[in-house]
Design a protein. Structure first.
Length: 423
């Protein structure tokens, strides 16, 4: 079967796409070319609706030198070549465009740069090549591994993470493709190896024998403990939490701090708050400094960690296991709360939003990591009579098209309930 003909074309980039690619028009169709900027004249290899950059003939005045030697090869970052000011405007615009597509308008606050010291969690892919293990990230849009020696967007505690991932994969010595999850905690690095399946006796023995040399706090395979030096813990507000293996955390500590600070402010004078999709409790533990919290999540280990958190001076937190996708809280359960916060996975919380829309909860705080799902869920609330007071975009996924956001939705409540809230 003959291959598809790929053509070298001169193109003018006229806009930036939602994934950070430059977009050109060619023969009546849009061509997406990574690592380009609006206004640039380029030469690209065109294949369908995709282009591969060959040469920049006329660079944008916003083009800057990337700071990472792997940029353009590793698929982890898309936009290191763009000035921070233009990048920030574009990223804030992703949220505005998503809302406009749903016919919604609200106040969008300036983008908060929450990259801080860097990402505190990372997944390295490890593969065997010529009998030796390599670890790194996949090239953009492919399954080709780009082995790396360092990643400058990680926190300093993960500076040696690529070498650590490579060594772990070498010791495991598996022909299977591995994903090595590393998380920097306050008491050391937590590691969970996935893709291996149950380790053989030999693999387990080799991991245990070499554990002290890894410098890890904990080592697990698919969440099952292999070796432990000390519990991986995080300080969250006034509390200390032992983080279960594989638990979700915000990408950066600064991102978590920004989101939780905004959430506390948005909660106002609420005395009873529900935290939906609570995880290990980054929002619950800070909201409980001023209000009683009922927290819900389907992750049993995360709920247990929240329930066991060591804390001082907090209001009561009741944490419960519940699958909010299949069994969302209904209005008869929701109406007892003065505020509800929810931080669902990337796909959003359509079923739970539909129940919230039927409730008379006066304040809903929506946290999301996808602009499209946030806008879709926002429309459900607005069509039910809620007002979106404001949305704050928080950039903890620097140099990528991913964006975190937090929005406040309010609803006029019956006079009797209003008197109770104010009283």
């Amino acid at each position: 079967m003959p291959g598809v003909l790929k053509l070298h074309e001169e193109l003018t980039i006229t806009a930036m796409g939602a994934k950070g690619d430059g977009v050109a028009r060619h023969e009546g169709r849009a061509i997406h070319v990574p690592y380009t900027l609006a206004g640039e004249r380029i030469v690209a290899t065109v294949d369908g609706e995709r282009g591969e950059l060959n040469e920049v003939l006329l660079p944008s005045p916003d083009r800057i030198a990337p700071f990472c030697q792997y940029f353009g090869h590793c698929g982890g970052c898309a936009l290191q070549h763009w000035t921070p000011e233009s990048y920030a405007l574009w990223k804030r615009g992703l949220l505005g465009n998503a809302l406009l597509q749903q016919g919604l308008e609200t106040t969008i606050k300036p983008l908060i740069n929450a990259h801080g010291a860097g990402r505190r969690r990372v997944v390295f892919h490890a593969r065997k090549k010529d009998g030796r293990a390599e670890a790194g990230f996949m090239a953009r849009g492919t399954h080709d591994l780009v082995a790396i020696e360092r990643c400058p967007i990680l926190v300093p505690a993960l500076a040696d993470a690529p070498a650590l991932a490579t060594r772990l994969a070498q010791i495991i010595d598996s022909d299977k493709p591995l994903d090595i999850h590393l998380t920097a905690t306050d008491s050391g690095i937590d590691c969970d190896v996935r893709g291996l399946g149950p380790p053989s006796d030999r693999q387990r023995r080799r991991l245990v024998e070499n554990f002290d040399g890894f410098g890890l706090a904990r080592l697990s395979v698919h969440g099952a403990l292999v070796a432990l030096r000390n519990d991986p813990v995080l300080r969250i507000g006034r509390a200390t939490v032992v983080v279960p293996s594989g638990s979700f955390l915000q990408a950066t500590a600064e991102g978590e701090a920004a989101l939780t600070t905004i959430a506390v402010e948005m909660a106002g004078n609420a005395k009873k708050i529900a935290d939906l999709f609570c995880g290990v409790g980054p929002f619950s533990l800070r909201l409980a400094e001023k209000a009683g919290v009922s927290a819900f999540d389907s992750d049993e280990k995360a709920v247990a960690a929240l329930s066991s958190a060591r804390a001082e001076g907090l209001k009561p937190i009741k944490a419960s296991v519940r699958d909010l996708f299949r069994v969302p809280l209904v209005p008869t359960e929701l109406n007892g709360f003065d505020a509800v916060l929810l931080d669902p996975p990337r796909a959003g919380a359509k079923a739970q939003m539909a129940e919230l829309a039927r409730s008379d909860v006066p304040r809903i705080i929506s946290v999301a990591c996808d602009v499209q799902s946030f806008a879709r869920d926002a429309k459900i609330l607005i069509e039910a009579g809620y007002t979106c007071e404001r949305v704050v975009p928080v950039d903890q996924f620097a140099y990528s098209a991913h964006l975190e956001m937090i929005g406040l939705f309010t609803k006029i409540v019956a006079p009797a309930r209003k008197r109770r809230l104010l009283g």
